[in-house]
Unconditional design. Structure first.
Length: 136
């Protein structure tokens, strides 16, 4: 006769945590192979270390500025507008900061910048939630 063991709550939690950790490791292994993910993370690092856009600095931009800047770069990259072409009504019209900070490059580079800015905004939202300030 088959014997079944009841899995207690602590054991089930342990199994679930193990599964989450294994899934996270598997995903990290998958993404390690991606030049795109590495480039977005490197750009985010450059923004922090090279430009000084630290988490504390980012927290001062609670009105969607980083998401809007990301959208501008993404639109620029998606539409194929390049640094030497500034068509009327382009994404720079929605740029949230001083015009001197609008520095589009090429399609891929603009999309990498957009990805890094989105990460910065999501991290800011997460910090605000941890502080109990909501997601603004």
């Amino acid at each position: 006769m088959a014997r079944y063991e009841v899995v207690s709550s602590p054991n089930m939690r342990s199994l679930m945590n193990w599964s989450k950790e294994r899934l996270a490791r598997t995903l990290m292994d998958f993404f390690r192979a991606s030049d795109a993910v590495r480039d977005v993370m490197a750009e985010r690092g450059r923004q922090v270390t090279g430009e000084g856009w630290t988490p504390a600095h980012d927290d001062d931009h609670g009105h969607g500025e980083m998401a809007m800047a990301a959208a501008c770069y993404a639109a620029h990259g998606a539409l194929g507008w390049f640094a030497n072409t500034q068509p009327p009504g382009g994404p720079q019209l929605l740029w949230p900061w001083a015009p001197g900070w609008w520095k589009p490059k090429d399609r891929r580079r603009d999309l990498v910048r957009a990805g890094a800015l989105i990460i910065a905004e999501i991290e800011r939202i997460d910090r605000m939630r941890e502080k109990g300030a909501g997601d603004e």
